[in-house]
Design a protein around this ligand. Structure first.
Ligand SMILES: Cc1cc2nc3c(=O)[nH]c(=O)nc-3n(C[C@H](O)[C@H](O)[C@H](O)COP(=O)(O)OP(=O)(O)OC[C@H]3O[C@@H](n4cnc5c(N)ncnc54)[C@H](O)[C@@H]3O)c2cc1C
Length: 392
């Protein structure tokens, strides 16, 4: 239930470190600064999050082409101590609780967008950092019993603004180079490692949702219906399929500078599939629940009053559990799939690694096309027409 737990950006840093030679080629001495920072973050067990997407404004224009020139975080000055940045990044999940922030850009930049092409790390209490958080679902959860997930796992998301924030040279890893920026993610194992963390997390999350689905059928006495078994079987297949792809990407990985890297073709496929799968799973659970997630007491306050409690006991029935267990269960289901917390999770799974066209682009670029077109060419080579050997 936490997308940007501390192991996420730790995976990014680890991936860049595994490809330090690429950073050294592109950025020279900045690779040493990165290596020092990697050791510092690791040895101090820092919780890092990152902001690598520019704020939405006019998506038809590049970072530098936005009407408001200082919208997107950019380098506005450089001096003997380091750089100074100004502008915003779109979303920093967990920024309000993390120790430090990695600032970069994974979106394609124009050749002239050099001011926007930097990677740096700063503590989140550095001067000039402002965070504008969305509403806290945790703060608005009536109680743990009413909203058990919101109450425990709300990793807030914040727009992060930099108001002339100084960053020392020891924390600047890429500067002035859109191509080095892309290389840092795609030519090192960084992108693979960060997404490998995501997909492992995802398989656990959908197994939890599958557990909810199965229990809905048990609690509502629908488990014996053939259609319900069919629905649960189809959901179980999705969960097992993703588990299988994770196992596959581990078995078919390869070595990079002595480190083992999961298979990127399978990883990209898993991510694009997961992005479509999550809304389907949520929608199926909603179908299975009917109004069960709505016919619930407004809060635990209702349970305190003896008269209301006796009414609840008469109206909250199940063949499998008692009244209080039924209430507890369906409140959990609603928090997972329907509350503001659950709804944010749907949006997260649809977008955390990019919109669908971005993920399909990764699949297009990483798929071994020769393995497919070679089969076609091979077969077409088994028969011929005399005109094929003539000039057109
Ligand atoms: C809950 C949540 C948490 C997040 N946490 C983080 C975080 O911690 N750190 C971070 O850096 N980012 C984070 N993000 C941002 C996330 O990375 C972006 O949302 C994601 O990259 C998609 O970008 P976007 O939201 O600007 O959507 P857009 O790129 O604007 O896309 C939105 C839609 O517009 C259309 N569209 C836009 N451009 C094109 C195009 N070129 N071609 C075709 N269609 C197009 C598509 O329909 C697309 O689905 C988070 C997002 C969410 C929702």
């Amino acid at each position: 239930m936490m997308g940007r737990s501390p192991d996420h950006v730790a995976s990014t840093l680890s991936g860049v470190y595994m490809g330090l030679d690429v950073l050294a080629q592109q950025e020279g001495a900045r690779a040493e600064a990165f290596a020092d920072y990697f050791h510092y973050a690791r040895d101090n067990d820092l919780f890092l999050t990152y902001t690598i997407i520019n704020p939405q404004a006019d998506r038809s224009k590049t970072a530098g082409g936005q009407p408001q020139r200082d919208l997107v975080a950019q380098v506005i000055d450089r001096n003997a101590d380091g750089i100074v940045i100004r502008g915003a990044k779109m979303l920093g999940t967990s920024a309000v609780v993390a120790n430090e922030l990695l600032i970069s850009c994974i979106q394609p930049l124009g050749e002239d967008d050099t001011d926007f092409a930097f990677t740096a790390a700063i503590p989140l209490n550095a001067p000039g950092i402002k965070m504008l958080s969305r509403r806290s679902y945790e703060a608005h959860a009536a109680s743990e019993f009413d909203y058990p997930l919101s109450y425990n796992f709300d990793e807030n998301d914040a727009v992060v603004l930099f108001e002339d924030t100084p960053i020392p040279w020891s924390r600047v890893f890429v500067l002035d180079s859109p191509s080095a920026l892309a290389a840092q993610f795609y030519q090192t194992p960084a992108h693979v490692y960060q997404n490998y963390q995501c997909i492992v997390r995802f398989t656990v999350k959908i197994r939890f949702l599958l557990g909810l689905a199965r229990k809905v059928a048990d609690v509502n006495g629908t488990i014996a219906f053939p259609q319900v078994k069919d629905t649960l079987g189809a959901l179980a297949a999705k969960v097992s399929l993703l588990d299988g792809v994770v196992a596959g990407m581990e078995v078919r990985g390869s070595e990079h500078n002595g480190y083992y890297i999961p298979n990127n073709e399978m990883l990209c496929a898993a991510q694009a599939t997961a992005q479509l799968m999550y809304p389907e799973i949520v929608d199926t659970i909603r179908d299975m629940c009917g109004g069960g997630v709505i016919m619930l007491p407004s809060s635990i306050a209702d349970l305190e009053d003896e008269e209301t409690w006796s009414l609840l006991q008469r109206s909250q029935m199940s063949p499998a559990v008692n009244s209080i267990e039924r209430i507890k269960f369906f409140k959990l289901v609603w928090d997972a799939i329907g509350s503001e917390f659950g709804s944010r999770h749907l949006q997260y799974e649809k977008f955390y690694s990019g919109a669908q066209f971005v993920l399909n682009g990764h699949n297009f670029r990483n798929f071994n096309w020769d393995s497919a077109t070679g089969l076609v060419d091979g077969f077409m080579g088994t028969y011929s027409h005399p005109r094929e050997s003539m000039n057109p």
